[in-house]
Design a protein around this ligand. Structure first.
Ligand SMILES: Cc1ncc(COP(=O)(O)O)c(C=O)c1O
Length: 397
């Protein structure tokens, strides 16, 4: 269907949660996508850090096709071989010793919140040790629990009353975290690199200090790696970049190579907190998504894709930084690996639209930050093309 007709039908039949959408993506291959009118784009957003191996990677396509023709779904009442193999692969390549599978980032974080509360309840046998310290400007999802854990009022307004028990510290300020710890605290949740909050990496020293504080007070340290994990910042897991090991990690987005899956990873004793009946999903960890995710993590871990992302990311950020002296409205080029933010002193929405017109997909977060999340397999030549398009668009301002 033509884009104009699709727009009309979308307005008529879909709830208006995503605002006006200019194009319909119909096909993808590697770092390129084509819209329903046949126009080609360089995809430097990757479904917001989902298509980390690019579009329609042959290993993922083959895994999905094979599993779809074998067994698409079965209940968690039964053993699921791809789920077990996926958990084994993740455990063998991470700090964790057990996994639980959900369907999205928000669900993975819901699981982490429940795990932290249950750990505390089981150990301390108290009803009041349930509070979780989260960070200002954070983002953890759109369920009631995760909007309550999110440090941005714009996602909360209208949905009150929120879930009780979340307090917010300044990101990268250990004194602010320490000041919020009291007898009610059971956990700390943070993104090692804040994504929706504007591509803000944690300071290594901050994470080390949070780790020490959690050890001292027996708080569960949860890293939300939904956006910054899975090779995005140049290491398989974001915690590896900082050299700080959490107790629990949440994953989603890139994990499934494009199909919906979320995961909760934990080390002992946190990995043994749940017992039968305490947590579950109908679809979580089903054969189809786990086969896709197994193909994704096998490529990521075995082919050292993250190291490639680190190198390309450094190159790309250097090229973007080279634009800064030409344009006074570029305040900062920041990020790690291929998780990049160009902070502007002017609104970014229009710039993103003009890039789209010229065949480059990116997006804008926090009104003024152009976010670039290309597939981790992106070439330096494609980075150069993206920089050229940005330069052209900036030069018209
Ligand atoms: C850091 C982080 N956590 C959680 C989520 C929520 O993930 P989902 O949209 O899969 O529920 C997101 C989504 O952008 C995210 O960036």
């Amino acid at each position: 269907m033509e884009t104009a007709l699709l727009k009309d039908a979308a307005g008529k039949y879909l709830m208006n949660t995503y605002g006006e959408r200019a194009i319909c993506l119909a096909r993808g291959e590697g770092c390129r996508v084509w819209d329903s009118d046949g126009k080609e784009y360089l995809d430097f957003l990757s479904g917001i850090s989902v298509n980390n191996l690019g579009h329609c990677h042959p290993a993922i396509v083959a895994a999905i096709q094979k599993q779809a023709a074998t067994l698409i779904h079965c209940s968690n009442i039964y053993l699921i071989e791809p789920q077990i193999l996926l958990a084994k692969k993740i455990v063998e390549n991470s700090f964790a010793n057990k996994c639980f599978f959900a369907n999205s980032g928000a669900e993975a974080n819901e699981g982490a919140i429940k795990l932290a509360r249950l750990y505390s309840k089981n150990k301390y046998q108290r009803d009041d040790r349930f509070s979780i310290i989260a960070m200002k400007q954070s983002f953890h999802g759109r369920t009631m629990g995760t909007i309550s854990a999110t440090g941005q009022s714009k996602v909360q307004v209208g949905f009150e009353p929120l879930l009780e028990g979340f307090v917010f510290a300044e990101f990268n300020n250990i004194e602010s975290v320490r000041a919020l710890v009291n007898e009610k605290t059971c956990a700390v949740i943070l993104e090692p690199v804040q994504g929706e909050g504007g591509i803000i990496p944690a300071d290594k020293k901050f994470l080390e200090a949070v780790r020490a504080l959690c050890n001292e007070k027996d708080l569960v340290l949860i890293f939300d790696e939904v956006q910054c994990g899975m090779g995005r910042i140049g290491t398989n897991f974001a915690y590896e970049y900082f050299g700080v090991t959490p107790d629990v990690i949440t994953l989603a987005k890139a994990l499934g190579g494009g199909v919906p899956i979320g995961a909760l990873l934990a080390r002992a004793p946190f990995s043994d907190v749940f017992s039968p009946g305490k947590h579950a999903h109908t679809f979580g960890g089903n054969p189809l998504v786990c086969s896709a995710a197994l193909a994704f993590v096998t490529e990521l871990f075995d082919k050292k894709i993250a190291a490639r992302a680190a190198e390309t990311g450094e190159f790309f950020r250097a090229q973007l930084r080279a634009l800064a002296p030409k344009y006074s409205f570029i305040k900062d080029v920041r990020g790690l690996g291929l998780m990049i933010g160009i902070a502007l002193s002017i609104p970014g929405k229009d710039i993103v639209s003009r890039c789209m017109e010229k065949g480059l997909l990116a997006n804008c977060t926090c009104d003024t930050i152009i976010r670039m999340l290309p597939p981790l397999i992106v070439s330096k030549e494609d980075c150069d093309k993206a920089v050229k398009i940005l330069d052209e668009v900036f030069s018209t301002i």
